[in-house]
Write a protein that binds this ligand. Sequence first.
Ligand code: GLA
Length: 388
Amino acid sequence: MKKLIAFLALALAPLLPAQKFEGLAPTPPMGWNSWNTFQGKISETLIKEMADALVSSGMQAAGYRYLVVDDGWEAPERDSQGNLVPDPARFPSGMKALGDYLHSRGFQFGIHNCAGTKTCAGLPGGRGHEFQDARSYASWGVDFLKYDWCNHGTANSQETYNTMRDAIRAAGRPIVFSLCEWGDTKPWTWAKDTGHLWRTTGDIMDCYDCQGAYSLGWKFILESQAGLEQYAGPDHWNDPDMLEVGNPGLTLAESRAHFTLWSLLAAPLMAGNDARKMSEDTRQILTNRDVIAIDQDPLGKQGYRFMKHPGKQIWVKELAHGEWAVCFFNDGDAPVQLRIDWANLTFLKGTYRIRDIWQKKDLGSTTAGFQAPVAPHDVVLVRLSPAS
Ligand code: GLA
């Protein structure tokens, strides 16, 4: 019977409507991913401990729902039937049991694999096994698939990712499909009907403005997002990569600014720290509901860069009900004194009440000018609400 279902799924796949599962990501997905802190050093024990820490720290209640097991969960080879198998030493209970645990703790279960022949860590990739793998994911209760782009050879990205989308569809379980092809072929121009989010750049690094061969500090990633806002919206988000908030390479100001600007970008908020050991400062950043509300605003509009002068960038995001989020970002190495004449923010219409989000203070209205010191690599974030 199983074989017959598998055969029918394969035979009928080309006849199914080519479409992703709609409506799974009306706002940018939020969660936690193992890669930024743990790379391949993961196990079911670690993932369960992280789930427990996300609950006890208040992160789950703040909206972090997807717990994503990144590269490193697989055994080095498929089984004799070609099925993916988890590493027996580190995931001895299997992926279905892990998914059950995560669901019982109120999470959605995310997993990583790769569109190429092998993952970036050299483990079995999905190429040629898409329909079989999608059935495994569905049987394990997977809710989110991050699909990488290592070892893809000469494969065409759009065709490759569409094959996996169709495989997910054929397996029948709604799964958020996260494309991780690093912006190589500008997925924002073609992936709206393929997945729910797509990476726009190479990997983020735990630093403000350093650069590796394939990875970048968050400041460089931010720079490359200007102009992509037109491509994002409910169920199809630009993904400037996971958060480094709370990781050792960032100062507190840099973590705060990174989190703020990712929210202005309507970015998926995937925490990438060790939630079991985070400082209270980090916890306060990651669970700031007013900042998260900007990211998750129901209008679903990605923010854009309104102005860029040395040391003074202004990023703005239109929110529901005529509100705006305005972020002043000091990208330089010296403190700046910000002076704002609201009339110069030409997208505003009329008078607004001003709320400083990080200071948690009301600051009067836009009838008066606005001044504030902004420390290097830090931000001031205000929310503007129509006065009447
Ligand atoms: C790529 C991705 C990362 C991570 C690693 C895992 O580099 O971009 O986010 O998934 O692979 O090997």
